[in-house]
Each structure stands twice: as structure tokens, then as C-alpha cells.
Design a protein around this ligand. Structure first.
Ligand code: FE
Length: 162
């Protein structure tokens, strides 16, 4: 009797793990499906000149000039290119850099990291997972609990007030 219960329990656990991994796979597939690809010309039409230069051409706005480095409202920062939710005001902090800085993303799957070897430095480039727009860079001198600094251009972001 006991061994029967044990077998049933292990079957149940197996089914549970299988279901969980399957639903994870389908949610990953959904994320993949949601990816946006547009021609350079399309982006140029849709974005402002500054948004285009930063999001699509990886330029950087001058420190202390952007809309959000000194912005303190409660809400969600979204991608200026595709409106994907990227950062919460809850994880925004004063880094002193002159760019909006966050110690975490709203969801790890919404941002991606790429190696950037431009300007004679090795840096981790931060891009929007959905539209591949350039957001900024990620550094390891951030505050607890992550120790990370997501250093983002204001021009790459729009803001949704809560
Ligand atoms: Fe985007």
C-alpha cells in the first residue's frame, strides 16, 4: 500500500515538473514571437531623431540632459521603441551619473545583454529584448540587493505614471 502511494506521488511529481517545463517553453516561445523587426527606414520614420540615434545607432545622450535622470514619479519606464515594460520606479536610484539608473529590471526576460567593445572599452550593452533597441549599459557598481547599475538613456524610455 505504502509503495503504491509512493509510486503515485512520484508520478504526480513527474507530471508536475513536465507540465511546468512545458509551460516555461511555451512562454519562451511567446516571447520569441513578440519580437519586433523593422527596417531602418521604418524606425527612422517612427522615432524622433534623438530616439533613432540612441535606440538604433547606439549613441549616448549627454549626462544630466535627459528627461528622466532626475525624475521621481511612481510608475513604469517603457521602451520608447516598442513600449515593452523595462524598469519600475521602485528600483530607480540616484547613481550620480546623470543618466536614469536602476538596480534591477522589471523582468529579466524583457532586457538582454550584449558584449560591447566600442570606444576601446569592454562593456555590457543593455538592449530591449523585444525590439533590440539600445538602452544603455550595465555595470557592477550598483546598490544592493543586485549590485548592478542599469545605466539607461532617457531617450530610450517613455514613462507610464501609476
Ligand atoms: Fe523595445
Amino acid at each position: 500500500m505504502k509503495s503504491k502511494i509512493k509510486i503515485q506521488l512520484s508520478t504526480l511529481i513527474f507530471v508536475l515538473i513536465y507540465t511546468l517545463s512545458f509551460s516555461q517553453q511555451t512562454s519562451n516561445q511567446k516571447n520569441m514571437e513578440k519580437k519586433i523587426t523593422k527596417s531602418d527606414e521604418q524606425w527612422k520614420k517612427e522615432l524622433s531623431e534623438q530616439e533613432y540615434q540612441i535606440l538604433r545607432k547606439k549613441q549616448t545622450e549627454r549626462a544630466f540632459t535627459g528627461e528622466f535622470w532626475d525624475h521621481h514619479e511612481k510608475g513604469v519606464y517603457i521602451c520608447a521603441g516598442c513600449q515593452s515594460e523595462l524598469f519600475s520606479s521602485e528600483t530607480k536610484y540616484e547613481s550620480g551619473s546623470g543618466w536614469p539608473s536602476f538596480y534591477d529590471a522589471i523582468n529579466q526576460s524583457n532586457v538582454s545583454i550584449k558584449k560591447d567593445v566600442s570606444l576601446g572599452m569592454v562593456r555590457e550593452e543593455l538592449v530591449c529584448s523585444k525590439c533590440q533597441g539600445h538602452l544603455g549599459h550595465i555595470f557592477t557598481d550598483g546598490p544592493k540587493p543586485t549590485g548592478l547599475r542599469y545605466c539607461v538613456n532617457s531617450a530610450s524610455l517613455d514613462f507610464k505614471k501609476l
